[in-house]
Ligand binder design. Structure first.
Ligand SMILES: NC(=O)c1ccc[n+]([C@@H]2O[C@H](COP(=O)([O-])OP(=O)(O)OC[C@H]3O[C@@H](n4cnc5c(N)ncnc54)[C@H](OP(=O)(O)O)[C@@H]3O)[C@@H](O)[C@H]2O)c1
Length: 273
């Protein structure tokens, strides 16, 4: 017997890093899938307000709440975030813990304290603090799904990414450990661990250098933010007894974090396949 997939109708979801890339695409998909309340968190308020306006216009009955927050600079706030939410948004069913970044491609002997601090605080400390705060409420209510956006860099290593790699290995480990802690509850914990996805990620990594960022995605058909949103929706809509542990996904022409066959657009544009 195949059990029915879960409906997202009337669910309350929070997406961190919703101003761009994977988070923005996921917010759009969650709205399409019927979530009725979306909490959109990032630093760039203008982008979040534009997304809120678009989604509320396109989806009858949807209400979005913009939370402008620098998760690295406001850790106390992050650790108590559910308590600052209006009552109608406070009972989060789905947390997409996605905000994150890499900075540069320095060797392990050249990392700066500032970059180490920013990457680990954003990708690890804030993500774990938010997860813990939201899971507490989920456990009390007896329902909920935590999705941590990890990376192929949380499973494999490469030269020139030691701090980012360490941060994403921490996310893989936390996700697995949280699953142990919550195994006796109805709560589910999932990691989604992509390879190269064309977003603003590389622009941020290379300090705004558009040419360097573009080169990352050159001459192969890379993943799109919508592909990852699709995987997140797959995980959270499985029947209640099914817990997707980790979705590790690469582009067809990628075989490891830095192993990319730059064979050109031989697969055609994604939307023409
Ligand atoms: N793109 C890839 O190839 C790839 C591969 C594997 C994993 N990932 C992971 O996917 C996640 C999303 O990245 P993306 O590719 O969508 O990159 P992106 O387009 O640069 O989006 C990153 C998001 O994180 C938010 N963010 C960064 N620092 C923040 C802070 N201090 N406080 C609050 N929000 C913050 C950004 O919002 P603001 O700037 O507005 O704050 C933005 O919305 C990250 O965890 C990344 O590590 C990406």
């Amino acid at each position: 017997m195949v059990y029915p997939t879960l409906s997202l109708a009337d669910r309350i979801a929070m997406v961190t890093g919703a101003s761009s890339g994977i988070g923005e695409a996921t917010a759009r998909r969650l709205a399409q899938e019927g979530c009725r309340k979306l909490i959109l968190l990032a630093r760039r308020a203008d982008r979040l307000e534009a997304l809120k306006a678009e989604l509320e216009r396109e989806h009858d009955g949807l209400a979005c709440l913009v939370v402008t927050c620098d998760v690295a600079a406001e850790l106390e706030r992050v650790a108590n975030l559910p308590s600052e939410l209006p009552a109608e948004f406070a009972e989060i069913d789905i947390l997409i813990n996605n905000a994150g970044l890499a900075l540069g491609r320095s060797s392990a002997d050249q990392n700066t304290l500032a970059d180490i601090h920013t990457i680990l605080t954003t990708n690890v400390t804030a993500a774990l603090a938010l997860a813990s705060a939201v899971l507490r409420g989920m456990r009390a209510r007896g329902r909920g799904h935590l999705v941590n956006v990890g990376s192929i860099a949380g499973h494999h290593t490469y030269a020139g990414g030691s701090v980012y790699i360490a941060s994403k290995h921490a996310i893989t480990a936390f996700t697995s450990a949280a699953r142990h802690d919550l195994a006796g509850t109805p709560l589910r914990v999932t990691a989604v661990s992509p390879g190269a996805v064309e977003t603003e990620f590389s622009l941020v990594r290379f300090g705004g250098d558009a040419d360097k960022a573009k080169a990352v995605y050159k001459d192969f058909v890379c993943l799109r933010a919508d592909d990852i949103a699709d995987q997140i929706v797959y995980a959270i809509t499985r029947p209640a007894h099914v817990q997707i542990a980790d979705i590790v996904c690469l582009a067809t022409n990628q075989s490891g974090p830095m192993d990319i066959a730059r064979v050109g657009p031989s697969l055609g544009a994604p939307d023409s396949l």
